[in-house]
Structures are given as structure tokens and as C-alpha cells.
Design a binder for this molecule. Structure first.
Ligand SMILES: O=C(O)CCC(=O)C(=O)O
Length: 244
């Protein structure tokens, strides 16, 4: 799919799949590093484990490996995020989402902070997400649920309700999915013995408070080697008062 086709697909359905957007080496490097972080954080703090202990997030990836610094700046991703959120959009958070064997489905939702907004949310996109697929998805292993076109509804899903227009993403390791933050979505249940791992590169408009304040959290060496694009994504240009 070309970037123009992806923009048109997002306009129509609220999401687009970029097939094989990662090289096998990139996908393997991201998966290996993410698996290390999952194991290390579970062993030390056990923090960010959820869904009955079967799922786990790793936060603040920009600080946790050079591969993440590079991969958050992939041009195809930025082209689509900037299309939705403006040329000066910033990173809201960059996380691993690990759905292990036995995890129940996550609830259907729209992304931060839209879920707590008065409805309908503003008509322009305020946030948008990116899934880096690091394991082949299947209907059984937790493939993300999504409701095509739902961002146009002007309200959030009711987590207690069942909707008959939910589909599951049919994507493979190395694919990337970009979606409008008001598109209804959630992780599927993992009924297999295999892990399902993704990264979520989550962006927002430059005037918003991001989900994680990259600007404050970034380690000095990450800032020192950051490209101008990465610095902008971390919010270094979106607080005018920070310029002396
Ligand atoms: O892991 C997934 O499939 C979706 C995760 C998700 O919905 C979220 O973090 O907002």
C-alpha cells in the first residue's frame, strides 16, 4: 500500500496496514530486545503486569535501546502520523504490549485522553497509534480487535456491550498498522501457548500533554545523540518557554 493509499484507507476505515514495513532484521531486533525487557522488568519490579498476570507493558522505550530511537522515526510512520496530527506532532508514549498465553481480551476502547473527554470528541484527530507487529497474528493468539470506521461515530464503545462489527487484524510479523486514536480497538484473548508481542508508537498533537513526558524522562545520552526529528518527537520544540 502506498502512503497515499494508506491515508485514504485511514480516512475511510480509521486504520491502515503497511505490509512488511519492517525488515526481518528490524523485526527480530525489536522482538529480541523487547523480550529481554519483558523478562527483566517482570523479574525485578513485576510492574505493569495486567490481564490476570498474562499481559505486560514496558514503558518509555526511547530510553531502553537504540533500536527504539531509530524505529520510532521510520518515515512511513511519521508520514501517516503527521497526516493525522500535524507536521509538529509529538510522541505520547512508546511501549511494548505483550499478550501471553491465557490472557483474556482487553476491553474495547478509544485512546488516551479521548476516553475521558466529553462526547462527541473534537472533530479533528488528537492522537493516533502505531502497531509494530512482532509476532504473526491469528484469531486465537490475541490479534487486535478493531471496528472499521468507528472513529466517525463520535462516541466511545461501551465496554459492557458486544458489537457485531468487530474484526480482528490479520497481520504478520514486520507489518505496521497506523490507526486514528478514536478508532475502537482492544487486544484479543490469547488461547494459544505462544506469546503475542507488539510495540505501540502512540502520538499526539504538539499542544497536548503526552501520556509519558519524554522531555523529562529522556536520559542525557539519549538527548545528546537525538536527531532533530527525535528531539521534536520528545517535545523539545513544543514548549516555547523552554527556549532561552
Ligand atoms: O495489544 C493490542 O492488541 C492493543 C493494545 C491497546 O488497545 C492499547 O494499548 O490501547
Amino acid at each position: 500500500m502506498t502512503i497515499d493509499d494508506a491515508k485514504a484507507h485511514i480516512d475511510e476505515y480509521g486504520y491502515a496496514v503497511l505490509k512488511e514495513a519492517l525488515t526481518p532484521d528490524q523485526a527480530n531486533a525489536l522482538r529480541n530486545r523487547s523480550a529481554e525487557l519483558i523478562a527483566a522488568e517482570r523479574a525485578t519490579s513485576g510492574e505493569h503486569v495486567y490481564l490476570d498476570g498474562c499481559a505486560q507493558r514496558v514503558w518509555n522505550l526511547v530510553n531502553k535501546g537504540r533500536i527504539y530511537e531509530e524505529m520510532i522515526q521510520l518515515p512511513q510512520i511519521l508520514a501517516l502520523q503527521e497526516y493525522l496530527l500535524g507536521d509538529n506532532c509529538i510522541l505520547s508514549s512508546f511501549t511494548v504490549n505483550f499478550i501471553g498465553p491465557g490472557a483474556p481480551a482487553g476491553r474495547l476502547h478509544i485512546d488516551f485522553p479521548l476516553g475521558s473527554f466529553p462526547q462527541p470528541p473534537p472533530p479533528i484527530p488528537l492522537c493516533a497509534n502505531t502497531i509494530y507487529v512482532l509476532d504473526d497474528f491469528s484469531p486465537e493468539n490475541g490479534a487486535t480487535h478493531i471496528v472499521p470506521g468507528s472513529y466517525k461515530r463520535g462516541y466511545a464503545p461501551d465496554p459492557e456491550k458486544e458489537y457485531d462489527d468487530v474484526i480482528q487484524l490479520d497481520v504478520r510479523k514486520g507489518d505496521i498498522v497506523v490507526f486514528h486514536g478514536a478508532t475502537w480497538h482492544g487486544s484479543g484473548a490469547n488461547h494459544t501457548e505462544q506469546d503475542r508481542m507488539i510495540l505501540l508508537g502512540f502520538f499526539c498533537r504538539s499542544f497536548m500533554k503526552p501520556q509519558q513526558d519524554q522531555f523529562k524522562l529522556a536520559r542525557p545520552e539519549v538527548v545528546a545523540r537525538a536527531t532533530p526529528t527525535l528531539k521534536r518527537l520528545m517535545g523539545f520544540e513544543s514548549q516555547s518557554g523552554m527556549r532561552t
